[in-house]
Design a protein around this ligand. Structure first.
Ligand code: C5P
Length: 242
């Protein structure tokens, strides 16, 4: 053992959150389990992360019932843990499962099947220095409206970004931010509003950097998104899984 105590854990862990019910999708099963050209939506990103040379451990967070008997198609070596009511609860469960084993964590939404190995590398590299999210420019003209839908102003889009996952964090930053999320100080509506993990850093005043995201890294929310994802595979824009 080196002087000064046990060596700090090295390596990068990935948490794939897939414990949501996906009410907006409108299918019998949550969107992450629907077939996408021969594999469930969730299997695409899990495979990319498991195969990635920079990723040492992969934790998949499933709804408790599913976690109790995980799908056979999950690759060997993937750790499955039960998630919680809100996305942030599921991230916290995944982070606890990685406890002490990695120094950097990538958090990915199971509803984004087309995360590329290049994007994983970009995020993993930057996350060693601090929190980082993939971001893409906004191409539409953006307006702010009032409650009645009347346009109030045009928002300059040069500084606007749409952010994606995987989002990367030094492990202690992720634990610190989510420990705070657990405190009674947070209202229930805050939990529901926690749609990503960078938001917790922003609230604590922790700087978050961006790397270039990927337009193909779409999030499947509606049946139309799934149809688009299928078309991306069928037209060869995305390499088909096997
Ligand atoms: O609902 P939404 O699409 O924003 O969820 C983003 C991701 O978080 C999805 O992959 C979903 O399965 C996951 N999630 C979760 N636990 C929850 C709610 C959402 O793992 N309680």
């Amino acid at each position: 053992m080196p002087a000064g105590g046990p060596a700090a854990p090295r390596g990068v862990g990935a948490i794939v959150v897939a414990a949501g019910q996906g009410h907006r999708f409108g299918a019998l099963q949550p969107k992450q389990f629907v077939d996408l050209c021969g594999m469930p939506v969730l299997a695409w990103s899990v495979r990319t992360l498991v195969d990635h040379p920079d990723i040492d451990r992969v934790v998949v967070v499933l709804a408790p019932q599913r976690a109790a008997s995980p799908p056979a198609w999950l690759p060997d070596g993937v750790l499955v843990v039960p998630g919680g009511v809100f996305r942030a609860d599921s991230v916290r469960a995944g982070a606890a499962a990685l406890a002490g084993n990695v120094e950097t964590v990538l958090v990915h939404d199971g509803a984004r099947p087309f995360v590329s190995a290049e994007l994983v590398s970009r995020v993993a590299n930057e996350a060693r220095n601090g929190p980082v999210v993939p971001a893409v420019a906004v191409e539409d003209t953006v307006k702010r409206v009032d409650e009645g839908g009347w346009i109030q102003e045009t928002v300059p889009r040069e500084r606007l970004r749409r952010v994606q996952t995987p989002q990367g964090f030094p492990v202690e930053v992720l634990r610190r931010t989510h420990a705070l999320d657990d405190a009674d100080a947070w209202e229930a509506q805050d939990h529901a509003a926690l749609t990503d993990d960078a938001l917790l850093c922003e609230r604590l005043g922790i700087d978050v950097s961006t790397v270039e995201g990927d337009a193909a890294n779409l999030k499947i929310t509606t049946a139309r998104d799934l149809a688009l994802a299928r078309a991306m595979v069928e037209t060869g824009l995305i390499a088909a899984g096997n």
